[in-house]
Design a binder for this molecule. Structure first.
Ligand code: CP3
Length: 332
């Protein structure tokens, strides 16, 4: 029994659980390996160390999936745009080099990200049959935001016009499809696409950049890999999540903590995922479990994967995560 695979086959038995950013700084064993890898990109491409941190959370918690330790920005780095991760500041990118970007071929992606695929192969080989392996990529809009803003839009974001940039989105979606296909070939059972900044898509562009482009990505991936479930995470879109579900029809839909559950038009063909605000893991245990129960109750008898509304925060106590997993696993 592999609960995460089963849920996509229409069976509801166990509630599968995994967490976004389940490998990361909140784990002392991650920090220990991170210390020896000063450069974050090199760390992601270090087969032995990235493999180790990929499986770290499975050694601690009764979770149902490993997510390959990597980053959505590696694909931009593979196009030739330098990406650095600065402590406290996060990612910093060099100026967009349109020539290098458009020249990028599938072969280049395959070569530059070859170690990512080796990490997937290695993880797959070491993972028991009842655990799934998740591969991932950023959605075109979220990658575009980093490409053009050159750092996190958390503080400054001033993309005024997308005029003339539509070609970029098309190229990005091709690159994303190549990278996902390679990950599936290497052994990824499921793909999650992160549109972490979907909330910043200009209203009048939402149909094309929030929806049409993502529908095309799913179509292409379904054509080459009809059996691999695809989960989408369009973060921050509010009530437009229903339009997204109707139009894009992903196999799985990850919801953020700002989504009001009662606004959701539940589609029986979609597996829902996540929702719990990661901040609840910082509060007292009772409050955390009560909020978790809100999601479990709402999705009772529906196909649901337990997860958070965004990644685990670095100041989370790993014991909290353990309590949460056990609570979900014992919930009837
Ligand atoms: O455990 C997992 O979820 C798998 C690994 C993973 C990472 N990044 C590792 C990482 C995944 C799935 C991502 C996705 C990612 N990366 C997203 C989409 C999800 C989201 O959080 O919205 C985005 C926007 C990025 C870009 C990115 N990478 C930022 C903005 C940062 C800096 C912020 C931070 O948390 O420091 C990163 C760095 C990063 N990626 C870390 C990890 C574990 C922290 C790096 C460190 O150890 O210093």
């Amino acid at each position: 029994m592999n609960p995460l695979k089963e849920i996509f086959k229409n069976k509801i038995k166990d509630i599968p659980v995994w967490f976004m950013r389940q490998a990361g700084r909140y784990l002392p064993e991650y920090r220990k390996i991170r210390k020896n890898n000063k450069n974050f990109i090199d760390f992601c491409l270090n087969i032995n160390d990235a493999f180790k941190v990929t499986i770290q959370p499975l050694k601690r918690f009764n979770i149902d999936a490993a997510i390959v330790f990597s980053d959505i920005l590696l694909i931009l780095n593979a196009t030739g745009q330098n990406v650095r991760f600065k402590e406290k500041e996060g990612p910093v990118l060099d100026d967009f080099n349109s020539k290098l970007f458009y020249q990028t071929t599938k072969k280049q992606i395959t070569n530059k990200l070859n170690n990512v695929y080796s990490i997937i192969k290695k993880t797959k080989k070491n993972l028991p049959n009842n655990k799934s392996l998740i591969g991932f990529a950023g959605a075109p809009w979220t990658l575009y935001v980093y490409l053009k803003n050159r750092r996190s839009p958390k503080n400054t974001f001033n993309i005024k016009s997308l005029k003339g940039d539509y070609k970029i989105f098309e190229k990005l979606s091709d690159l994303i499809v190549y990278h996902c296909e390679n990950q599936i070939k290497a052994g990824a059972d499921i793909i999650q696409i992160f549109d972490s900044w979907a909330g910043l898509i200009p209203e009048k562009e939402f149909k094309y950049i929030g929806i049409d482009i993502n529908r095309t990505i799913i179509k292409k991936l379904k054509k080459s890999n009809p059996k691999t479930p695809i989960i989408y995470f369009p973060k921050g879109v509010g009530q437009k999540i229903n339009l997204f579900a109707e139009e894009v029809k992903p196999d799985g839909l990850s919801i953020d903590h700002e989504i009001n559950l009662h606004d959701l038009n539940i589609d029986k063909n979609i597996v829902y995922q996540g929702g719990l605000n990661p901040k609840y893991l910082l509060l007292d245990e009772k409050k955390m479990l009560k909020e978790a129960e809100k999601y479990l109750k709402f999705f009772q008898n529906k196909r649901y994967i337990f997860n958070l509304g965004h990644g685990i925060l670095p100041n989370t106590d790993p014991d909290r995560v353990k309590k949460l997993v056990n609570f979900v696993k014992n919930y009837q």
